[in-house]
Every structure is written in C-alpha cells, then in structure tokens.
Design a protein. Structure first.
Length: 311
C-alpha cells in the first residue's frame, strides 16, 4: 500500500469509528492422534460498520467499512503443514445502492502455494444485479508478490555406490525478488436464503494479470440455531493459480566431476527420476535462473465445519 492510500484509509477509519459496528467471529478445529497425528484449526474475524460519515462540510451517505481476517493453520507429525492468512480492508460508498464504488487493501500469504507475501490495493465498483440476491464486482488492483525462497535450492551430487544422484546440499535462493504488476479482479456473488434457518452464499473470484490467472471459489452454507448470536457454518473453498510459484530449484553440483553424462534428472541411474516442471532454458526465460524447477500444485481445496458468533 502506498503512502497516499494508507493516509486515505486511516482518515476514513478514524471517522467511521463513530458508527455502529457489527462483529462476527468464526472458528473450527480438527484433531486426530495416533498414527496420523494431524491437527487443524481455522479462525476468522470480521467487523462491519454502516452509516453516514461526516467529512468536513459534506456527508458520505450510506457508507460501509469492512475489516476481515481469516487464518488456517495445521500440523502433521508435529511439523508445520498448512499456514495461510488473509487480511482485507474495504470501504464502500452508497453500499446499499444499485452501484457502489469502493476501494480496498488486501495482504495475504499461503505456505502451501509458496506465497510468502501477496499485497494488493485498488479501486472498483459493485453492481447489484438482483438486489441482495446477486451482484457483480470488479476492481483494478496494483499487486506485489513474493515467493518463498528459504531452503528452496537442492544441489545434487553423483553417488557411485548407488549409481544415482542424491541431495548433497540445500540452500536459500537469494535471487528471488518481489514482483509488482497490475491485476483485474472480477467477482460474481450469490446470496440465497433457503427457508427460515438455512442460508447459502457463493462467490467466485477471477483475477487475471496477463497469463497469470488466480481463481478462488468460496461456498458457505449457514445453519441458524435458536440462539440469535450463534450459527453453524460449512465452508468449501477451491483456489487455483494457473502459473504456480516455484517450489524447488534443482541443480547439479558444479564441483562434481564424477557424474557420468548419462546420469541426469530424467535418467537417474539406479534411482528414481527426479521430477521438474521447467528445464533451465524455460526457467531462465521466466527470469528464475538456470535451474530445473518443480512448481507448487495449481489447485488447493479446503472443507471446514465450524461456528459463527455475532455480536
């Protein structure tokens, strides 16, 4: 976020604190011991304020401020596994009108997708196609993305006893730098009540930046309980990155003079072939250096069941 955007958001937040706030807390937990030793939890928080905001001599009518935080963490056999987080700040003008302009800021990371940090900010608008039932939003974003580089370079040396390659060293990749670019975000959203106590919400994010396309399909099914402040929430999410981040940078040991020319990542002698998605030619073309690169997977999906507390 640049300095001007930060000043604008700070100013709006300061003024909107006079409005009435609604808070929502969500959470879920899963634990399995014994042979698997797997533990998972997710946590979410959102704060929404609606109303008119007075700015000097004029008023911003029907405005809405949103602060939302979401985090998922898990461990497998005592080691960290999933670790992702998302924080959103959003301000809507004429929030309940047919067309609502907004500005937003978002910062996130996702260990399973290799994203150390992804930050974007921009402006957009929402069009209520069918009242609160169906809407479409679009935004123009400036984005910065940094890939996880710690312990990502695997160096392979020839072992004559096994007639194959083995990992002799693991190093940090100091050549990876944050990338900045522009991205378009389009999001249709469906809010569908089903009877008095059931509620379905689906939103699909389509975010192209040239050949790099991110999608995120979020489905949420809410069951209301007798307590007005407590709901049961079932959530299913699918993330896709058609150009996933590089996960492992493989290279031959440059000091290894014993490796036969016939022993390669494709033909690893007595060992198994060593997978990669890009050879050094493609890797260098993409600005990632002369490596054999294995990428993160394109798709991730999450199913969670938890509770929602409103106050």
């Amino acid at each position: 976020m640049n300095q001007r955007t930060l000043i604008i958001f700070s100013f709006l937040i300061t003024n909107i604190f006079a409005q009435s706030f609604r808070h929502s807390l969500t959470g879920g937990y899963y634990d399995r011991g014994g042979n698997s030793d797997y533990e998972y939890y997710n946590f979410g928080w959102s704060t929404v304020a609606n109303g008119d905001i007075e700015l000097g001599g004029f008023s911003l009518k029907d405005s809405e401020f949103l602060l939302a935080f979401d985090k998922n963490v898990s461990s497998w056999q005592g080691a960290s596994y999933e670790d992702d987080q998302d924080l959103i700040l959003k301000f809507d003008l004429w929030a309940n009108g047919k067309v609502s302009p907004f500005m937003m800021f978002e910062t996130s990371f996702d260990k399973l997708q290799g994203i150390k940090n992804r930050t974007n900010y921009g402006i957009g608008a929402k069009w209520r196609v069918i009242g609160d039932l169906f809407s479409i939003s679009a935004a123009f974003l400036n984005e910065s993305e940094e890939t996880i580089s710690k312990s990502s370079i695997y160096v392979y040396t020839y072992w004559s006893g096994g007639d194959s390659l083995y990992v002799s060293d693991i190093k940090d990749n100091t050549e990876l730098k944050p990338k900045t670019f522009s991205r378009l975000s389009i999001r249709p959203k469906l809010k569908l009540p089903i009877g008095e106590n059931f509620y379905y919400e689906s939103q699909y994010y389509y975010k192209p930046a040239g050949d790099d396309v991110l999608t995120h399909w979020i489905n949420k099914f809410t069951v209301k309980t007798k307590a007005e402040w407590l709901d049961i929430v079932i959530s299913y999410r699918i993330k896709n990155d058609n150009l996933p981040a590089p996960k492992i940078f493989r290279m031959y040991d440059t000091a290894d003079s014993w490796r036969p020319s016939s022993i390669t990542f494709d033909n690893n002698g007595e060992g198994s072939p060593i997978p990669y998605d890009k050879d050094p030619t493609q890797s260098a073309k993409d600005g990632l250096g002369d490596y054999y690169i294995q990428n993160y997977k394109k798709n991730d999906s999450t199913l969670s069941i938890g509770i929602n507390i409103s106050f």
